[in-house]
Design a protein around this ligand. Sequence first.
Ligand code: 8GP
Length: 757
Amino acid sequence: MTRLITDYTGKPLNECTELELFNGVLNLVNDAEKEKGYNTGKKKLYYISAEFLIGKLLSNNLINLGLYQDVKKQLEDAGRSLADLEEFEYEPSLGNGGLGRLAACFVDSLATLGLPADGVGLAYHCGLFKQNFENNKQSETPDRWLQWGHESWMRSTGKHYTVDFGGFSLTSTMYEIGVTGYGSKCGKLRLFDVDTLDERVIRDQISFDKKQIAKNLTLFLYPDDSDEDGRILRVYQEYFMVANAAQLILEEAQAKGSNLHDLADYAAIQINDTHPTMVIPELIRRLTQKGISFEESIEIVRAVCGYTNHTILAEALETWPRAYLQKAVPQLLPVIEKLQAYVAERYQEPFVQIIDGNDNVHMANIDIHFSHSVNGVAKLHTEILKNTELAPFYQIYPEKFNNKTNGITFRRWGVMCDPALTSLINETIGNDWIRHADDLKKLEDKKDDPDFLQKILAVKQENKQNFTDYLKNYRGIEVDPSSVFDVQSKRLHEYKRQQLNLLWAISVYNDMVEGKFPTRPITVFFGAKAAPAYIIAKDIIHAILTFSKVLDADPDASKWLKVVMLENYNVSLAEKLIPAADISEQISLASKEASGTGNMKFMLNGAVTLGTMDGANVEIADLVGPDNIYTFGQSSDEVIAHYKKADYVSREYYERDPKLRKAVDFLTGDLMMQNGGDPENLGRLSHELLSKDWFMTFPDFEDYCETKARMLADYEDRESWSRKMLMNTANAGFFSSDRTIAQYNEDIWHLTPDTDK
Ligand code: 8GP
């Protein structure tokens, strides 16, 4: 039965405002979701995460519910367009980057696979800040996503819990956002908010009164942690999230008949990085309150919990001073101290203690001792955890460690964002790949078919043209769609090495000044937000923006090289940019990128990777073979050895390599200063590179430049390049999050799929 949008708008579609139309379609989707129903079963997974970077939902939900074509047609028949509604929709940016987007892909796959599961997190009123560029610098404004008439994606359940903190208690409300599965029943995201929130504590842009916990608790995703108040606020947020989660989990399990001794038959909890760690002591506290012994409570909780590690960067592994916990959650501290005593009784090694000699509580250590599973997110990352970063734990618990290479949902990152490629694939191999991603392998049969290879190139050109039009119409930026689209889009971090790409671009410019021009124009796109308190990251953004002005001001050079730093890179922009990319830059320092998931999105959309042997790039290289990827740089073993020996001196490279020296000197040279460069920012960046370069940009510079030159030369053989594109798409199936989730379920959660559709 066709659902009519007019039943929801109450008036003809051509008379509706954009908001009325949007809400009409949204309510139609909500009804269709309820009619499909939700995956249920005795045992349920609670995927607890401080971030769910879900992105816009309208088209995604229409696709998953099988309503896309029908709704599109109803709108078209009334002279309206779904594309306009997509633009109108406001993106919920409830996450920072990789970890948050992964959680969003996972809830999609959980629903699709019929697994009974909730995503559990916080209902931030302001998501990740909006990035603005002014005077070649990043500034930040709040992202008030809830004020756009889109509240209805997030429905109040009318359910409340009480959460106790040191000296006061707060009442929560549980909200839900439906998670549509593809051809399956649905799941839910359950997000908790505090009833006393008051946005008036915002002072100026993203700064606010951090002390008024009752008023600010769920105001911002990841409030600024550059001062103590900001850090304690995180503890409050994290405890609020897990205290609600624990009550929900115990209540639901008991309602299904659990006597709590058998909790693991009713609930699995996945702890997404260390932010939800306090769920462990909180559950133990609640179980002991119900009369279960401390020892048994530990065993129950261990059987329920699994922990995923997403990074080896030391600064990202949370430790909280005991004093913070004493202040925010005094009821939890005795439990944590008992857990420390439990560990100390069994293991003497200082590295594995929960509370260290300086009274810092190591959250990951709680997770590892008191979960039954510890996983990394790509093969190499898991090996580094086992052999280096967490080696003392691996010696104690070899059986706990396992790898779950990340994945992405092919519904959003294939079907939704790349309709042209989707049509071509569907007419070639049918559409089973959307659910059974390994089917894409069948495309390999076409690798020597010149007509098909032409079609792939035509799809890419169409996507590049679409992105070019979008940039012109919505952002006033002009690019040349026949140039090579070379893309690096991800959070800005020194280890991801946007600065390496910038130094390369500067070298290309230096060559042009000497009369050496590229074969074909190149457009280098960057999309990246820097954490507001991360000074060097902001300096790198400043350097990129300033260099892009240098190019624009030079009429000869700008015909050949353009650098575009895209403002406010988010999920919606990624959906437009990735299908248009020719080159996927994945150039982190080997050993530092746990996995990467952008690399998988680009691959699926037929971009060819230029990357280090890091994270999931290693697995991409294995799958596509050496002809279809360009790798360069030091290996992770070499990098780890350098760190160990502390023998890297960046200045030696600078002095040895004239090309590198010229590029580095350029950063603080006249042209940069004449084009809005700030000597303070650029001086600091240059000094950082010359005196430290902690992420070893210089040793990889020469290899990077040579490899990129080879890649650009190969690009000119269009048929052979198209074959590389095909081989990337055809071998992307492994990176479907459906595969990842199936493996988590098989090895860790053991849920029974709800097959009763
Ligand atoms: C990211 C990793 O950096 C990335 O390699 C990986 O693909 C992704 O997680 C998903 O596994 N890590 C984070 O986003 C992260 O650690 N975020 C915390 C600081 C919030």
